[in-house]
Design a protein around this ligand. Structure first.
Ligand code: MV4
Length: 450
């Protein structure tokens, strides 16, 4: 096992990793920018190193500074959290070149999944169902038109270097295909320096359902069920839950086993999430994330498995001790991402928290790194914390969530708490009857004003 882990992140995830390290008896090193001197992860770590000025590119993305921090403190492993360097294959390689372990997948797998065309080709080859579309990139308008006609309109043009919705364009009809291709290519070139695009059948009202996996790199891998992340705004997840209101046990086990088998064949190491669109009872692979995700607590609450602890164990070379039959799903969990944003305009609202009272009680978990008197800096994402609620049934979970939201006090800044207080009272949400465009529709019809 590792002796000392450097946590190359900030905020609630830095704290989450720190807690797992403490429970494992592993020493911790926090790194921070000059804007994060008062951050909770810095206070709670055994040691801390300032790695640069506020801008992330100069601090949390500053590889030489992180290597120096490993050297100075003697850390033997780095946990990247999510975002920042968590899916940077080169960073993982550089650490290994300096005899520091990267707590994450093999660099080849990070790189493979970062290329959306290669990821899809691999998934398909491993027996995972994919969205109908081009086999690889499309080069000419004529080639694209032929493929689009064969799969049927509407089609979606996607950037191979993309992900998270950037560089995507819908072509509803053949007339609009050429413009969609040109726009997607230009956006992809500007954003990623790579204008490779591919085509997919456009699914109109799917759900976003993702499967959590963990592998030990020696050919053992299991799935931990799904999370329904359909409630998003501009590709930022807002609410995640498990189990999905759309799946039954047979559907869950079938897709889960397909994905777990694929991960065994890949000899996948670490935690990962295989993302699907789900429509009319069918799954369609879109992408794989090779990191721990923000919404991992939802899975922890219904499986009682500590994902960060397992992630660290397998990164240290241990075999997965959990077998698929050991994974039992109980009850229901919902996570709300509380952001420092205006709940109607969604403009960021950094500043000082003058009163902070998180909810508590049975089945209530708050993953946050803020505290009474803390100032949210303007330089990073606006996550204040995650409220995760567990109940025996979805109904109990919703009642408990409503209660916890009413208890939650964050004064001094705007937060998205009012959005969630509105959502738990919406019939479609109560019924579990929503899709990836539901939240945009709700906001467009003035759901927050009415
Ligand atoms: C799609 C799609 C419809 N059809 N692919 C957006 C982010 C990227 N990860 C994939 N995305 C989508 N891919 C096909 N073939 C619709 C989306 C999409 C979406 C997906 C998941 C969650 C929210 C979304 C919001 C808009 C579009």
């Amino acid at each position: 096992m590792f002796d000392k882990i450097l946590i190359a992140n900030r905020g609630e995830i830095a704290l989450r990793v720190l807690r797992a390290c403490k429970e494992l008896g592993i020493a911790t090193v926090a790194v921070h920018s000059t804007a994060d001197e008062d951050a909770m992860h810095v206070r709670l770590a055994d040691e801390s190193v300032c790695i640069g000025p506020p801008a992330a590119r100069d601090s949390y993305l500053n590889v030489p500074a992180l290597l120096a921090a490993c050297e100075i403190t003697g850390a033997d492993a780095v946990h990247p959290g999510y975002g920042f360097l968590s899916e940077n294959a080169r960073f993982a390689e550089i650490l290994e070149e300096h005899n520091v372990h990267f707590i994450g997948p093999k660099p080849a797998h990070i790189r493979l999944m970062g290329d959306k065309i290669e990821a899809k080709r691999t998934a398909k080859g491993l027996g995972i169902p994919v969205v109908p579309g081009s086999e690889g990139g499309v080069s000419s308008d004529q080639e694209a038109l032929a493929i689009a006609r064969s799969i049927g309109f509407p089609v979606l043009v996607k950037a191979s270097a993309g992900g998270g919705g950037r560089g995507m364009k819908v072509a509803p009809t053949p007339d609009e295909l050429s413009t969609a291709l040109a726009t997607a290519r230009a956006e992809a070139k500007a954003a990623f320096g790579d204008d490779t695009v591919y085509l997919e059948k456009y699914l109109e009202r799917p759900r976003h359902i993702e499967i959590q996996v963990i592998g030990d790199g020696h050919g053992r891998a299991i799935h931990l069920g799904e999370r329904d992340c359909s409630l998003q705004r501009r590709h930022q997840k807002v609410w995640e839950e498990s189990p999905s209101p759309a799946l039954n046990a047979a559907a869950r086990n079938a897709i889960g086993e397909t994905v777990a088998k694929a991960m065994r064949e890949l000899q996948y190491l670490g935690v990962g999430t295989v993302e699907f669109l789900y429509e009319d009872g069918k799954f369609y692979f879109i992408e794989m994330n090779t990191r721990i995700q923000v919404e991992h607590p939802v899975t922890e609450m219904i499986t009682d498995i500590d994902l960060i602890l397992e992630q660290i164990r397998v990164a240290a070379g241990n075999h997965l001790e959990l077998a698929q039959r050991d994974v039992k799903f109980h009850g229901h969990a919902i996570e709300c991402r509380i952001n420092a944003e205006n709940p109607t305009s969604f403009r960021p609202s950094p500043g000082k928290i003058v009163h902070y009272h998180p909810p508590g009680g049975l089945g209530v978990r708050v993953d946050s790194a803020v505290y009474h008197g803390y100032s949210i800096p303007p330089f990073y994402d606006s996550l204040v914390g995650k409220l995760i609620v567990h109940g025996k049934t979805r109904g109990e979970c919703l009642m408990r969530l409503k209660r916890a939201l009413d208890e939650f006090v964050v004064d001094g800044i705007d937060t998205t708490l009012p959005l969630f207080r509105a959502l738990v009272r919406e019939k479609d949400i109560i019924d579990g009857d929503y899709h990836i465009h539901w939240l945009a529709d709700f906001l467009a019809r003035g759901g927050m004003e009415g």
